[in-house]
Design a protein around this ligand. Structure first.
Ligand SMILES: Nc1ncnc2c1ncn2[C@@H]1O[C@H](COP(=O)(O)OP(=O)(O)O)[C@@H](O)[C@H]1O
Ligand SMILES: [Mg+2]
Length: 262
């Protein structure tokens, strides 16, 4: 599905029509009794189309859980998670699998590439599985954007960590999903490779109107986003538009200080 282009200079998109994904009063509880953990506590948040949103917060604050619930990788305990107009709780397993395959792109901390396939084969694998013919022009553009031209015949073991993650980014972008969810995509990379990958993600939003939602605990990574949503103890506690790494760090320090005095 094509995404509506949103003028970048427009005021922060709060209009519900532009949301690529949305959580409403979303709760997630793991376990019961003494092992009961409220990972998400009535989270309401929208992720705008053609924007780069970072979900930021300390370890254990519920970032991955929010991403997993929004992407249909985990069930919700209460409230609603939607991709576009689709309420995930109303889908059966088969429909959920299809939605993840056809409409969502994933990038994880571990690159999850198949070692026996070349870079290009890894990039087009999800489309091959879905029986979709890759749009060759689009794939070339993606490959160029992420700087992999000339590396396409290499297998993962012949690529650096940064290059492998760029293959994973290209794989997510190549299928033109409505939304890409990335969980700590630079967690296994040195800072230079991390900066490259983040730059490419940002470029995909700028140049290709891709929608990206990225979980991170790194203020520098969050600084690449258009907007940062802050989670603490399973709740949205703040947000920041046009963040800089310094501004993000500053907010985090204030939450820490508030947490200590409470
Ligand atoms: N599968 C699970 N079973 C039980 N508890 C979990 C599970 N996944 C996450 N949690 C708990 O939920 C809370 C939020 O975890 P998570 O979303 O992974 O945090 P983050 O990604 O921000 O580090 C933590 O207290 C974590 O221990
Ligand atoms: Mg996590």
């Amino acid at each position: 599905m094509p995404h509506a282009a949103v003028p970048r200079s427009a005021a922060p998109a709060r209009a519900t029509a532009a949301a690529a994904a949305r959580a409403t009063d979303l709760s997630k509880v793991y376990g019961q009794g003494e092992t009961r953990v409220v990972a998400l506590d009535s989270v309401t948040v929208e992720f705008a189309r053609a924007r780069f949103t970072a979900i930021m917060g300390p370890s254990g604050s519920g970032k991955s859980t929010l991403m997993h619930c929004m992407a249909g990788l985990d069930s919700v305990t209460g409230g609603s998670a939607r991709i576009g107009d689709v309420e995930l709780a109303q889908l059966n397993d088969k429909q959920l699998t299809r939605l993840r395959r056809d409409r969502i792109g994933f990038i994880f901390q571990a690159f999850n590439l198949l070692p026996t396939l070349t870079a290009l084969e890894n990039i087009t694998l999800p489309m091959d599985i879905a029986g979709r013919r890759p749009d060759r022009e689009w794939v070339s553009r993606v490959v160029e954007t992420v700087g992999l031209t000339g590396r396409l015949a290499h297998r993962p073991a012949q690529l650096s960590g940064g290059q492998q993650q760029r293959v994973a980014v290209a794989r997510a972008l190549a299928a033109q999903p409505e939304i890409i969810f990335a969980d700590e995509p630079t967690g296994n990379l040195d800072s230079r490779s991390g900066a490259e990958v983040l730059g490419f993600l940002r470029e995909s939003v700028r140049a290709m109107d891709q929608t990206v939602v990225m979980v991170t605990h790194d203020p520098v990574a969050a600084g690449y986003a258009d907007r940062v949503v802050f989670l603490a103890d399973g709740r949205i506690v703040d947000e920041l538009y046009e963040p800089t790494a310094d501004a993000v760090l500053d907010r985090m320090r204030r939450f820490d200080a508030a947490g200590r005095t409470n």
